[in-house]
Design a protein around this ligand. Structure first.
Ligand code: NAD
Length: 332
């Protein structure tokens, strides 16, 4: 946890125990379990799965302060039933994640990593006439605006739309919960998913991972996309059926994909890493020092509030505060 977050805990005189639990670890290490049963508040990273059985082990747990905005790593329904408030870190990472999504879109369209490797490896010297062809993001030489399709018109989706303005794109968005907001938004057209996929040159995903959004983009959806289209995913890996994506990329059903997130991080679907039409990043959407620092501050403030039995600023299951199970936990 960055120092600025630790400082918040120190100032609030909260005793903090730090245990490193590596990403992708399914069983909880002994050291963690020993400390966990003594804690009032848990502050996990989004790479850590917080299951019902884990929560049930600690009867005094009265808060989970997730270090991230997405909270699909936590069984929220169980937390609520067991009387445990859960918080996240919205807003502070919006711009940074949108920057990364945009960087990935540009890198994938213009094949920046492929070009970098070509030069660095000495291949350019051997084949000086080879051209690495890319795709336009702006109107380019054809003078036809490209279509950007945004799935999920929340904080990050909207920040990505703002970045597209300089590229004179035609923007469409799909978000079943914000249809009216999109219809009122300037320069954005509401489209159902089917139409958005059929018309977009770039599709960028910004939904949370929920039961409903799991495999939102699978074989059928990839089949709808243009063969020249590029898919960008900086949301959560399981929103895209990775196996179906590998197949679509191999067969040229879509042109390319830029991915920051994967179904089973840090593992990739077989064949994905070998493809030339992908740009792959190790889940770094919010990974700048400033932003991770601000996320740590927000998570720590939430943790402090919950450790004192107060309503935390960024609660995602507020109904829990009225429950007898929550009150019982506070009395432990
Ligand atoms: P947000 O809640 O502001 O926006 C999410 C939007 O998705 C909402 O408007 C919601 O209505 C919409 N949505 C929900 N289900 C949908 C569905 N099935 N189809 C279409 N739209 C749907 O959240 P945000 O702050 O913009 O963050 C979005 C997600 O991005 C997070 O949940 C997180 O998983 C992910 N994220 C990833 C990184 C990274 O490091 N790659 C960093 C930050 C956030």
């Amino acid at each position: 946890m960055p120092e600025v977050g630790r400082e918040v805990l120190r100032k609030a005189k909260v005793e903090a125990i730090f245990v490193h639990v590596p990403r992708g670890r399914t069983s909880s290490p002994k050291e963690f379990m020993k400390k966990f049963v003594e804690t009032d508040v848990l502050l996990p990273r989004t790479a850590h799965t917080i299951s019902r059985s884990l929560m049930k082990i600690n009867p005094r747990l009265c808060g989970i302060a997730n270090y991230g905005v997405g909270f699909n790593n936590i069984d929220i329904r169980s937390a609520t039933e067991l009387g445990i408030p859960v918080t996240n870190t919205p807003d502070v990472l919006t711009e940074t994640t949108a920057d990364l999504a945009w960087a990935l879109l540009m890198a994938t369209a213009r094949r920046i990593p492929q070009g970098h490797l070509f030069v660095r490896s000495g291949a350019w010297e051997k084949s000086p006439d080879k051209i690495l062809w890319g795709r336009d993001i702006g109107p380019g030489g054809s003078n036809t605006p490209k279509v950007l399709g945004v799935i999920g018109f929340g904080r990050i989706g909207r920040a990505v739309v703002r970045r597209s303005r300089g590229f004179k794109m035609k923007v469409m968005a799909y978000d079943p919960y914000l249809k009216e907001t999109i219809e009122k938004a300037k320069g954005v057209e509401y489209q159902e998913l089917y139409n958005l996929l059929k018309q977009s040159d770039f599709v960028t995903i910004h939904t949370p991972l929920t039961q409903e959004s799991r495999h939102l983009i699978g074989k059928d959806e990839l089949d709808l996309m243009k063969s020249s289209a590029i898919l960008i995913n900086t949301s959560r890996g399981p929103v895209v059926d990775e196996k179906a994506l590998v197949s679509a990329l191999k067969k040229g059903k879509i042109a390319a994909a830029g991915l920051d997130v994967f179904e089973k991080e840090p593992k990739l679907a077989p064949g994905l890493a070998k493809l030339d039409n992908v740009v792959l990043l190790p889940h770094i959407g919010s990974a700048t020092e400033d932003t991770r620092g601000q996320m740590a501050v927000v998570a720590a403030k939430n943790a402090v509030a919950m450790s004192k039995g107060k309503r935390p600023p960024n609660i995602v299951n507020p109904e829990v505060l009225e429950s007898t199970e929550y009150r019982r936990r506070l009395e432990q």
